[in-house]
Design a protein around this ligand. Structure first.
Ligand code: T1G
Length: 701
């Protein structure tokens, strides 16, 4: 056995119990050395006359948390995992898996190869491969149904959820819960099995209970909407069906075929990229991970509106007491009522215990006085989106907040540097751009100002995770990263309506690409009057050198068509049903506008729509990257997948351009549209031009 294998899996013994300890930090991923080490260890102890049984346990913070995701797509090395598991299952000695932390994916599959499993009560097991565009490819789809029944197994594998140990025990996945010292408990359990002459119980020999013959058909129907565009869920259903219809070995063979289909797919490559991108985005290149952080034991929120209320809920959900400030009593009561209603609805849906509603509300202290924010460790402003209002709030916070408090603004695009300079402590000011609904949306765009100190950045990036968010750090520019790129799509969507497309055509292309909805249905949801008021305020129409984007949008708003809230916008709605219905009245408005603008309408292909919506976003992403407004291209991808509905199985706009479309194709198409329209809007970003010249990708920047 190679040294690497012996380092990765240490052998020891307690009495006549052989112990194999996996040691591959940080999460004992099943790298080749680990697989080789387990196989060699099981075979060695299996043939050792001094050993009666074997315990497999993980060193460090968790049992094996899965295959090493970094190995996928690379030439296979070392023992195949199915062979490792077969070696365990066929070992002449009883094998007990001792589970702590998060035995996931190949880790749980390995444990299912053992004859018995014991776990700490805090352990969470699962088969989350679906989140990587994969399926459990080492027997999980064949062994789990044999322990739990087909229905439970199918749900567990399709959801990829982490199952708490007590539930796993109730479902037969785990045989016993061990309190305190896991190794001691596992060794005692193994010794007990030896004394009882317990059988070497192979999961593969168990029969699968199929609760209903319609399970697979019903499941396909049930997941159709949320699994749209994904490949893995459908292959998972086929695997569990195989477990019910074929022998174990035939089922394993079928699982392998369906796994290989996925592991070689672009979708899984995108989702595996995204797994690491999300973790990398939490790291700030010039702020070392050991940068001391400011302690956050309490929070304050200024403004109890939709955003302020949602933000307060995040802190209460994380057990952090939060003071919620409003200027008027009725606004405060309205805000509190909305928060309680949100919690009660979550409890009704089973998303939390009913008794926790009051516990969370108890952590939210309402106030009308800034003085009650004096002790807060972080204060987040979520008031009306004008600089005048922000100025007033930050000047007040500068007066009352304790020294060292982190002062944050939830602005979605105003100049954070200017806001910071309203205080005498700009180093303590940072942007925390939550997305609506703030208690639901995972993305948190943290905005570093020129003066923002590194310990404030470190504090806010880790606080973001504590309150259940996915943090990405960006720079100060108009619309930050997400909205700035979204605007490019909005510009071309508006122009294409004038030139020949219809809202339903553009939206269908974007929906079919994988977004939850297209730009016009989204505008109807958000309210068309929001943009209308801004355009009127900005007098955009008068700007000489920029082609105006609001002719059609203004025309429908002047008719009071603000969207879902008025029952009509770019579509009409049979409220309360919010399904968008194409409206001939809108088509007439559009055709009349084209006529007024002297534009002869033409047929616009779906491909042109896709290119004109997405390529300008990629081009803007290149500018953002070159300006340093995003640290890496992966940050932009994490923002779009988590904040703007970019389908994760397409990686994100920058990964998609790098790996699916190709930067040269994007670049050349931009030039094509520039030459056709004469519009400098299409000028390729210098960074994009350079990368194409050098044959490089955004991911290298
Ligand atoms: N492979 C490689 N690296 C991994 C890894 C893995 N499976 N899991 C985590 N890491 C790295 C991660 O990138 C980070 O690195 C560090 O470990 C800590 O992770 C055949 C096909 C276990 C719940 O999907 O869900 O088995 O950033 O920051 O928040 O059927 O990591 O420090 O350099 O996330 O405490 C199935 C994936 C694989 C589980 C811990 N397994 N991991 O969460 O820490 S496919 C999974 C997680 C498979 C078989 C198939 C979480 C965690 P760095 P972290 P955490």
């Amino acid at each position: 056995m190679s040294d690497r294998a012996s380092d990765a899996v240490q052998r020891s013994a307690q009495g006549r119990i052989g112990i194999l300890t996996v040691n591959n930090p940080p999460v004992n991923a099943l790298a080749a050395a680990v697989r080789d080490g387990i196989k060699a260890g099981v075979e060695a102890f299996g043939g050792d006359p001094n050993i009666d049984a074997i315990v497999l346990i993980g060193g460090g913070r968790t049992f094996i948390a899965g295959a090493d995701i970094r190995e996928f797509g690379k030439p296979p090395q070392g023992a195949n995992l199915n062979d490792v598991i077969a070696a365990m299952e066929n070992c002449p000695k009883i094998v007990v898996a001792a589970l702590h932390g998060t035995p996931l994916g190949g880790g749980l599959e390995t444990a299912l190869g053992a004859h018995y499993r014991v776990a700490l009560p805090t352990t969470r097991v699962g088969l989350p491969e679906v989140h990587l565009g994969l399926l459990p490819g080492a027997g999980g789809t064949q062994r789990l149904p044999r322990l739990t029944g087909a229905k439970y197994a199918l749900d567990a594998i399709l959801s990829g959820r982490h199952i708490p140990a007590p539930e796993a025990k109730s479902k037969g996945i785990v045989d016993a819960l061990v309190e305190g010292d896991l190794l001691a408990g596992a060794v005692a359990h193994a010794q007990m099995l030896v004394v009882q002459k317990a059988p070497r119980r192979r999961v593969r020999d168990l029969a699968v209970t199929l609760e209903s013959p319609d399970l697979f058909k019903d499941t396909e129907k049930a997941i159709a909407r949320r699994a749209r565009g994904f490949k893995a869920p459908w292959n998972i259903i086929k695997c569990v069906q195989a477990a019910c219809e074929l022998s174990f070995d035939e089922g394993i063979k079928r699982e392998r075929e369906l796994f290989v289909e996925l592991v070689t797919s672009q979708e899984s490559a995108a989702q595996r990229y995204y797994f690491f991108a999300e973790r990398e985005a939490a790291k700030v290149l010039d702020v070392p991970s050991d940068t001391p952080q400011r302690e956050i034991r309490s929070a304050g929120i200024v403004g109890a509106g939709t955003m302020g209320g949602g933000i307060a809920m995040n802190f209460a959900n994380a057990g952090i007491p939060v003071t919620l400030l409003e200027v008027k009593q009725e606004a405060l009561e309205r805000g509190l009522k909305t928060i309680r209603t949100n919690y009660e609805n979550t409890a009704k849906r089973g998303g939390m215990k009913a008794e926790d509603v009051d516990k969370r509300m108890a952590l939210i202290k309402p106030t009308l006085s800034y003085d009650d924010l004096k002790e807060a460790d972080v204060i987040i402003e979520a008031v009306f989106e004008t600089m005048e209002v922000k100025e007033g709030v930050f000047k007040k916070l500068d007066e009352i907040a304790r020294p060292g408090a982190v002062l944050a603004t939830n602005t979605s695009g105003l100049d954070v540097n200017q806001i910071a300079n309203y205080t005498k402590r700009p180093g303590d000011v940072i942007g925390m751009h939550f997305f609506s609904p703030a208690n639901v949306m995972k993305l948190l765009e943290n905005v570093r100002g020129k003066a923002t100190q590194k310990d404030v950045i470190a504090t806010v990036m880790s606080l973001s995770k504590k309150i259940g968010k996915i943090p990405v750090l960006v720079g100060v520019c108009e619309g930050f990263v997400g909205n700035r790129m979204l605007r490019q799509r909005g510009v071309q969507s508006a122009y294409m309506l004038e030139e020949g497309a219809l809202p339903q055509q553009v939206d269908k292309v974007i929906y079919d690409f994988g977004f939850p909805m297209g730009p016009f249905a989204m505008s109807d949801l958000a309210g068309n009057d929001v943009g209308w008021r801004i355009r009127q305020g900005k007098k955009e129409k008068e700007q000489r050198n920029v082609r105006y984007t609001g002719y059609i949008a203004d025309a429908i708003c002047e008719l009071g068509r603000f969207g879902q809230k008025t029952g009509a916008g770019y579509y009409k709605y049979d409220l309360p049903d919010r399904t968008p219905i194409p409206d001939p009245e809108v088509e007439k408005i559009i055709e009349d506008t084209s006529k007024k603008l002297g534009i002869t309408r033409r047929a616009i292909s779906d491909q042109e729509i896709l290119e004109r919506c997405l390529y300008p976003m990629v081009n803007e992403g290149a500018k953002i990257l070159a300006e340093g407004m995003a640290q890496r291209s992966l940050d932009i991808d994490v923002i779009w997948v988590n904040g703007y509905g970019w389908p994760v199985y397409r990686g994100g706009p920058m990964w998609w351009a790098d790996n699916v479309v190709g930067l040269k194709t994007v670049h050349d198409a931009l030039l094509k549209y520039r030459d056709a329209s004469g519009d400098p809007f299409w000028e390729p970003a210098p960074l994009l031009r350079k990368l194409v010249q050098d044959g490089k990708k955004f991911s290298t920047v």
